[in-house]
Design a protein. Structure first.
Lengths: 266, 392
């Protein structure tokens, strides 16, 4: 276990480099994720925010550099250890990535079926509990993903990500495509779940409202690396970087600052 | 998963979950220890189900869930505790929790609050009912398909009429593009398949006719079969699979991304730009491909005739000249433009029927190929009856 400043580092990324063809997206990217925080990754388009999430979760291989997961180096993990670690996180993809041939309830039960040997009644109990925790009505349980709205699909995807009570959840643009009311609800949901389940939340987002209302820390991807990390307020006060300045001190950012709207209490 | 103390890594034996029930004064206590997490839930579930619910002898007995010994808990563990507590409450014990940390308490209360939602049953249809329903749907589907296809044929015809009157509406580039894709690029595969089938039919014909001493007639069989049926059928089926599906996929994905709506709002008629060039290109390409298919079928037959009958090329061609009539060639050829219209219509119509999702695209591509091949075979049968009826 890596402890820094009295907090456990659950993910440690060091010196990551990645190119697609001749286009290099990062060169020497480093990042720490602490237990129990809600971390937002922001950055302009094409900076590889989603790719970074994919590298950490092992879906994409980096060209060089190290990813440490719960204190273990991802490169040297045996397949079994890798599987054990994958059980400790859940991922919400942009549009939920629910399996279209399964109902919502069956979707939530997929990880339980794959990894554990639970009786059906218990899986039903758990799945209905998760469904309720992400704010879906019980009658959504037997619907197919195609019968759900975008917001409901995201919630169902989140319920599946939470199926095995992970320690970390990765959220890829959780509020993209939601209307402002739906997005605000989702922000509250993330904060609530983070508190109840003691989650570490790693999210890729553009949404300034989300950043200012729920995120503890923001990491900014620019110039092929994480140029700064800090609380949203800190970054707004001292941007020290042209992109951060534009992002956190632009018109939209001013409209989203906590002065205008109460921060969801931690 | 919530841990009592994150800085401590538990040794394996301390993770083993467990519980015991004891009576202390007037309180039944469930003393839980270890890790109550989803990984251990199956085992805990079984043990807790075997546990008998204590029956309070007098109403002042209470229940207590002592979770001070629990090192890790998650929703599964909290749910199991909650289920037990609820069953104790039901038997008349007022049950409370003891030894919970703040984080544990929040989780347990959340699970408590969420646990009562009603559970809708999944609707299941009776087998007989579902059979009749599916049957009805299939039959009405056939009818509505026929209606839609006829209506679409009408639309295409009127669009064609409009184009004849206003020739500048004709999209030459698009027409040439589809001619290239559906016609020219299909040549190698169609040539190869017709060649092989011609060879196979010749070889089998010789084997089957040999006992009757009639093996030279295998050439007659192959020649007539290739020209009348095999050439056109194989070509049409290949084109339905290759180009019919491509039409559906192309138009369908444009429909999915609202490109077709955008066209309409810009005053562009998708009939002119998408449907007509494709269908016309097929009407031109399919007879040409059929011609190539016919030749290759005869060539394949010729190779096999050389191999098993010892006929050389000039003998084979002489024999063909005796057997084959222009009628036979035309009987196959005449079907090609009709097959082309069917494949084009079905492909484009299915494409236009695609709705928003990728699944819908997949279903329509599949059904375009299936319907096109089915209709081509029906067409072939109708022509066979008609042509033999008029004595060709």
């Amino acid at each position: 276990m890596i402890v820094e400043n009295g907090r456990e580092v659950v993910i440690r990324v060091r010196g990551l480099a990645k190119s697609f063809g001749s286009h290099q997206i990062w060169d020497g990217l480093s990042l720490d994720v602490y237990r129990g925080e809600i971390l937002a990754i922001v950055g302009g388009s094409g900076q590889g925010k989603s790719v970074l999430m994919r590298v950490i979760t092992g879906l994409v291989k980096p060209d060089s550099g190290d990813v440490g997961l719960f204190g273990q180096n991802a490169k040297t993990l045996s397949p079994q250890d890798r599987l054990d670690i994958e059980r400790r996180w859940g991922i919400l993809f942009q549009d939920g990535a629910l399996f279209s041939s399964l109902t919502v309830l069956q979707n939530i039960q997929v990880p339980m079926r794959e990894h554990l040997d639970l009786p059906q009644a218990m899986m039903d109990d758990l799945a209905f509990l998760k469904l309720s925790m992400v704010g879906l009505p019980p009658n959504a349980a037997h619907k197919f993903p195609s019968e759900l709205s975008g917001g409901m699909r995201k919630r169902a995807g989140l319920a599946r990500a939470l199926a095995l009570d992970p320690e970390i959840v990765f959220l890829d643009e959780p509020t993209a495509g939601l209307d402002p009311i739906g997005a605000t609800d989702f922000d509250h949901l993330i904060r609530k779940l983070q508190q109840t389940l003691g989650l570490t939340v790693y999210m890729v987002t553009h949404d300034l409202d989300t950043i200012f209302t729920v995120c503890d820390r923001v990491a900014v991807l620019a110039d092929k690396m994480i140029v700064r990390t800090g609380s949203p307020a800190e970054l707004q006060r001292h941007p020290n970087h042209p992109w951060i300045k534009e992002y956190f001190c632009g018109e939209r950012a001013r409209a989203a600052t906590p002065g205008e709207r109460p921060r969801i209490p931690a | 998963m919530l841990k009592r103390d994150h800085q401590v890594v538990l040794p394996t034996q301390a993770r083993a979950p467990g519980f015991r029930v004891e009576l202390k004064g007037t309180a039944f206590r469930l003393v839980a220890t270890g890790a109550w997490t989803v990984a251990e839930a199956a085992q805990l579930d079984m043990a807790l189900k075997r546990l008998r619910v204590p029956i309070p002898p007098t109403p002042d007995f209470t229940g207590e869930m002592d979770i001070a010994g629990i090192a890790e808990i998650d929703t599964a563990g909290a749910m199991l505790l909650q289920r037990t507590a609820a069953s104790w409450e039901k038997s008349g014990l007022r049950t409370r929790y003891a030894g919970a940390t703040e984080a544990f308490r929040i989780l347990i209360e959340e699970v408590q609050r969420r646990g009562h939602a009603e559970r809708p049953q999944r609707e299941t249809r009776k087998p007989l009912q579902s059979f009749t329903e599916d049957m009805t749907k299939a039959l009405t589907g056939v009818w509505s398909d026929a209606v839609q296809l006829t209506a679409f044929l009408g639309e295409v015809t009127s669009a064609l009429g409009r184009m004849v009157r206003q020739p500048w509406r004709f999209r030459t580039t698009s027409f040439i593009h589809h001619l290239d894709h559906a016609g020219f690029r299909a040549v190698p595969i169609i040539a190869l398949i017709c060649f092989l089938i011609g060879a196979v039919v010749m070889q089998q014909g010789v084997v089957q006719l040999k006992p009757f001493g009639a093996e030279p007639f295998a050439v007659n069989m192959v020649a007539i079969l290739a020209l009348r049926e095999v050439g056109i059928l194989l070509t049409a089926i290949m084109v339905a699979g290759r180009s019919g599906s491509a039409f559906t996929a192309e138009i369908g994905s444009m429909k999915m991304r609202e490109e077709i709506d955008a066209m309409r709002t810009l005053g562009i008629d998708p009939m002119d730009t998408l449907v007509l060039p494709r269908i016309l290109a097929l009407v031109v390409a399919l007879p040409l491909l059929t011609f190539i298919g016919d030749l290759m079928g005869l060539a394949g037959g010729g190779l096999m005739a050389f191999a098993v009958l010892g006929l050389d090329a000039s003998n084979y061609i002489d024999k063909l000249r005796d057997v084959v009539d222009f009628q036979h060639f035309m009987a196959g050829m005449i079907k090609a433009p009709f097959a082309a219209v069917i494949i084009g219509l079905v492909g484009c119509l299915e494409g236009l029927k695609v709705e928003g999702s990728a699944e819908s695209l997949g279903t329509h591509v599949t059904s375009a190929v299936v319907k096109a091949i089915f209709l081509v075979i029906i067409l072939d049968a109708v022509f066979a009856m008609f042509l033999s009826g008029i004595g060709v």
